[in-house]
Design a protein around this ligand. Structure first.
Ligand code: SF4
Length: 303
């Protein structure tokens, strides 16, 4: 991914020669380096779509708001696969991250190819309340790092599982933050400071709980914050097609029956947001979310 500065603007250098034929004509395009992580289609669904095993532009931005969303997707793309024919101010996308979701919880953007474009999140808290928490790892991009620093840095880094650790060591070195991860996903090998073991939930702060959820990987965990935000890694996500919560059978690397059992455990918790690494975010009232989760568990038992 290369930005070339020009008169205070930036030209995104993408491979026009590799422009996918599925793109509609016009300014924005996706090239053949796309790894189909779906970040762009989730972030800007009015512009990008998954046309099969890659994404492409199906509607060119025709307003300032849409142009900003397309630029945010361009910045968030892990592989620099989104390009433009025209010049745009890259700060339209860069300055939008971290992007506020609700309260003090942000989506970091700037996904990393090392985690296949997994989404990461930032909880912003005063130092007196324990400081900021980074959940899973974004790309270690200088623009993002500076913005996180201006928001108070990172005091703790929580890792849901081994696939989404990406630049964890660079963030650790930059912010001197403590990392947390489950032993069964190789936490010790990665040099993680706070290693979780077993299957019992661990209360980190009054309003922050670690819940082991083996299944996708053996040491997968989810994080419940304020009984409102559930950071689910690759355990649980929203399915826009089925309009309910879902899990990914084809990438349940450790054990689908275990993942089903782990999902059932989550029925005893209350939350309003599902914030995954891969798959769609969803927000609902706690009762409706519980109903969706119960439906997901029933479905998992049939697959
Ligand atoms: S964000 Fe980039 S890699 Fe991911 S689907 Fe879109 S174009 Fe492809």
């Amino acid at each position: 991914m290369t930005f070339v500065p020009f008169c205070g603007y930036y030209v995104f250098v993408a491979s026009l020669q590799q422009r996918l034929p599925e793109n509609v004509p016009g300014d924005f395009f996706v090239d053949s380096t796309c790894i189909d992580c779906d970040t762009c289609s989730q972030l800007a669904p009015a512009i990008f779509r998954d046309h099969g095993d890659q994404c492409s532009v199906y509607h060119q931005p025709d307003s300032e708001a849409e142009t900003q969303l397309a630029m945010m997707a361009l910045v968030a793309c892990p592989t620099g696969s989104i390009g433009t024919n025209e010049r745009h101010d890259a700060h339209l996308g860069i300055d939008a991250f971290p992007m506020l979701l609700e309260d003090n919880v942000y989506f970091c953007g700037f996904t990393s190819e090392d985690s296949f474009g997994a989404w990461s999140y930032l909880i912003v808290r005063p130092a007196g309340e324990g400081g900021n928490i980074l959940i899973d790892s974004p790309r270690f991009a200088s623009q993002l790092v500076k913005r996180i620093e201006a928001m108070g840095g990172v005091n703790r880094m929580l890792l849901t599982h081994k696939d989404d650790v990406a630049a964890h060591k660079l963030f650790r070195d930059r912010f001197n933050c403590e990392r947390l991860m489950h032993a069964d996903d190789g936490a010790s090998r990665l040099g993680v400071e706070h290693v979780i073991r077993g299957e019992e939930p661990v209360q980190l702060d009054d309003d922050l709980l670690v819940i082991p959820t083996p299944g996708h990987t053996r040491g997968h965990v989810v994080f419940l914050y304020r009984n409102k935000f559930l950071f689910t890694g690759d355990h649980l996500a929203w399915s826009p097609a089925r309009r309910t919560l879902t899990a990914f059978r084809s990438v349940s690397w450790y054990s689908w029956p275990e993942q089903t059992r782990s999902m059932e455990k989550l029925l005893s918790y209350r939350f309003e947001w599902v914030l995954p690494g891969h798959g769609d975010i969803h927000k609902d009232d706690a009762q409706t979310m519980h109903d969706h989760l119960a439906r997901c568990v029933s479905w998992m038992k049939t697959v």
